[in-house]
Ligand binder design. Structure first.
Ligand SMILES: [Zn+2]
Ligand SMILES: [Zn+2]
Length: 369
């Protein structure tokens, strides 16, 4: 008797309606694992994928890069990074990036694993023709080398997915910004990355965090998370007025740190006018090529003596540490409340549309309880 098929949602090409397809049940590979999906996220990246705005995507793909589920079987003995065995039935997530080679110039010399050319990401740069390598599916095939991370005790899958990919990404941006005790931090953008950056900035010891974004529901979420004040960019359309709003709250100087998590190129010039002289500016929101802007190198950079940093993806360390921080602080920040709605696999298209129209803060696909 053959095993029953596995249902998965496939994005066949940019712009096309999502399709639900049946796949053969995967065979576990030595050093790999099979997990049955509990939740998978729907994020801004999936919207970009649907618009074909990311290069190097091997359509058709099964979207869903950050997911969690239960281990069905492992291909031999597997251990987590603490040396503990991975066992069947265990609730886990996994580092969605794999195949970082550890052998190339980027890995060995630059120590910039997120720029390794071999790097593949579940749900983004893995093709559905190669199997169940995305989270919008009943089962996920974890190939050898994929790092499995058990969910810490007491943490519900919904807590974790309320953070989703924004959790390690926001964590990475705050680490990159070197937020110091007593800093004032401005976050541009109130999506999951911005909200998580606002959380980790507070945990790092920022005196206060200000968020500039939209829509109102996301700004309310930011304030619930302890953000001191928010500015709605739909209500204040003039960039100069927005920069002034920041200066009015920083004795006319600007913020010590600005983190851009908006996805809008114009935010970068604006952010450089919000940061103080000799401050730090981290750009993490320009995940796709959304175009160019004009800067004045004298005013915005040189005379300002600003430190300008890009931040691409996240490494295993960011997932591991941000998850541990979440387990410690889930009662204070209540990530799960960021999930506005759960969708079934069949509703993936609606989830994608709701995400694109910013009707939800965080959307997740629930495959099973
Ligand atoms: Zn490499
Ligand atoms: Zn994501």
């Amino acid at each position: 008797m053959t095993k029953a098929g596995v249902e998965a949602v496939v994005m066949t090409r940019p712009g096309a309606a999502l399709e639900q397809r049946s796949f053969a049940a995967p065979q576990v590979q030595p050093g790999g694992a099979i997990i049955e999906t509990v939740l998978s996220e729907v994020c801004g990246t999936d919207v970009h994928l649907h618009h074909g705005r990311l290069g190097g995507v091997p359509y058709p793909i099964i979207p869903g890069h950050v997911s969690c589920g239960r281990v069905v079987e492992t291909g031999g003995a597997l251990r987590d990074v603490d040396g503990q065995p991975i066992t069947a039935g265990q609730l886990v997530t996994f580092y969605d990036v794999y195949k970082i080679c550890g052998q190339c110039w980027h890995c060995l010399v630059a120590k910039a694993g997120t720029r390794c050319p071999e790097r593949r990401v579940y749900g983004i740069t893995t093709s559905a023709n190669d199997g169940l390598l995305g989270g919008w599916a009943e089962t996920i095939d974890l190939r050898p080398g994929v790092r499995i991370v058990p969910l810490p005790a007491g943490l519900d899958p919904l807590d974790f997915m309320g953070g989703g990919c924004g959790l390690p990404t926001g964590f990475h941006a705050v680490e990159r910004a070197q937020v110091a005790l007593g800093d004032t931090v401005v976050v541009q953008g109130s999506g999951p990355v911005g909200l998580n950056a606002a959380i980790f900035a507070q945990l790092t010891g920022a005196l206060r965090v200000l968020v500039v974004g939209a829509p109102a529901a996301r700004l309310e979420a930011a304030r619930r998370l302890g953000v001191e004040d928010t500015l709605n960019v739909l209500e204040v359309a003039d960039p100069a007025a927005r920069a002034r709003w920041v200066r009015e709250r920083t004795s006319g100087r600007g913020a010590d740190v600005v983190i851009e998590a908006s996805g809008n190129p114009a935010a970068v010039r604006e952010g450089l006018e919000m940061v103080r002289d000799a401050g730090r500016y981290v750009i993490v929101g320009q995940y796709t090529d959304a175009g160019e802007i004009a800067l004045n190198p004298h005013l915005h950079l040189n005379r300002k003596h600003v430190t300008l940093l890009g931040c691409w993806g996240y490494e295993f360390t960011h997932l591991h540490r941000s998850l541990a921080m979440m387990a410690r602080h889930a009662a204070r920040f209540r990530w799960r409340e960021l999930v506005t709605r759960e969708y079934s696999l069949a509703e993936a298209g609606t989830a994608l549309e709701d995400m694109e129209r910013l009707r939800v803060v965080k959307a997740v696909i629930r495959v099973r309880a």
